[in-house]
Ligand binder design. Sequence first.
Ligand code: AMP
Length: 399
Amino acid sequence: MKILVINCGSSSLKYQLIDMDHETVIAKGLCERIGIAGSKLTHTPAGKDKVVVEKDMPNHKVAIQLVMDALQDPNHGVIKSTDEISAIGHRVLHGGMKFYKSTVVTEEVKQVIRECFDLGPLHNPANLMGIEACEAAMPGKPNVAVFDTAFGMSMPEKAYKYAIPEEYFEKYSIRRYGFHGTSHMFVSGEAIKFGNLDPEKAKVIVCHLGNGASVSASIGGKCVDTSMGLTPLEGLIMGTRSGDIDPAVLQFIMNKEGIDINEMLTILNKKSGVLGMSGGVSSDFRDIETAAKEGNHLAEVALEAFFYRVTKYIGAYTAAMNGVDAIAFTAGVGENDKNARKKICENLAFMGVKIDDEANDVRGERRVISAPDSAVKVMLIPTNEELAIARDTLALVHE
Ligand code: AMP
């Protein structure tokens, strides 16, 4: 059985065709600059060279059609007809308060995705365009929406409520939702399996450390807290996002600089994080590490502050769950940067965390990286959001 996974951005579309009998990728690709001059599709069939198709893509509907053509192309295609695709799984950013789990797309589901446009203004409209483009290209084929916010919906009220007047929750559903949910769900689930932990009771902390970064705490695979909030701005220091900040800082800077709230939020989302703290060195952690090694003090502080905040969140979530059985690292930094994993774990020695330097000397491979006598299992679990989406899609179309 083959599942097509679609992840639409406002001007991009990523896809993977996955053979679910073996959970292997048959082909993957990316449409870039949709609606902008110079659009192109890069298609990579498994084990073969990539093919670049430069064609106008005025909208997502045309992009999907080009993807269908690439998948069925006599030379670089991987299927004879779209009949071979059983269902399509879509990453959808925001499901608001309505969706606690993935769901088969109906007109009502599309309406809720629409109602959540103001909660996910950049992503939800693009996600809906992707769904409608697939409906048009493959009529009658089931589409499944996999929400990035669904994992966070199991948080208890004490974790998801902001300490602001209740009327804003009631009127506007202002609460903490959390993001990277598909990754946290996948990695926490895999950590339980891989670590032989109790599937009902295991207390797991997942550190998704990439350009966007977040931490989650889950018990038995159910999220009890996560670091991102109403938007992905809350929580850790990220590539370009500030993470947690005193809101009064906004008012202070806005008054001094004479800027409005939109400009201020652009600064917090796009110009802060390690990019801002390092005085503009880079949002890329590799560049920050190189600059720090070369003696750039600001880059050094940015890196230390990043590690420090991750460590604080792990400590807080351990207390919140009254213990932790496993800590799992994932995403670009978490999977590739042994130094980051070591630094973060060093301050957790008080709770019996012991990294095994030899085991930790690894990139992108599923592995236990703690010492055998560590009180907490520390693991590297590469994330695979596409596979998680495909698994949910398959489960729903089999129901
Ligand atoms: P992601 O958003 O998950 O794709 O992660 C992107 C981030 O991972 C970028 O900031 C990269 O610099 C970082 N990254 C990738 N490889 C490494 C590495 N070997 N060491 C440090 N950071 C890395």
